[in-house]
Ligand binder design. Sequence first.
Ligand SMILES: [Zn+2]
Length: 128
Amino acid sequence: MNPLKDEDVLPLFAELDRKHYAGALTAAGYRVSLVQVAGLMEAVFACDEDVAGWCLTSHRLILIDKDGDHQGGVRATLLHEMAHAKVDLDRPLSRRESPHGGRFWDEIGHLIGAGEECLGVILETSRP
Ligand SMILES: [Zn+2]
């Protein structure tokens, strides 16, 4: 698979932010960066899952692994990370809340209801 390029991801982020959130993520300072080295996220964040994206809410930054295995396509990975950003913008997670808790899945459900069927695959594979 060819590595993702900025033009595969940055315009898509802008489009999805406009479509679903009226540009709120961009307005809040969120930006997207492609990670240059496969495995970096696992190394930096000590995450042993095979992550294809990461949302750093404290830095308003979404990282996308350019060589990642994007289930449902990069659109699904991007929407997954954008859902984390939206949940945080609405109200930051309390220390007791799991990043993949109820509020996250409600947001995913909202996006699927808005026509993002690509997210169905993460419901099947990731929802507890
Ligand atoms: Zn996540």
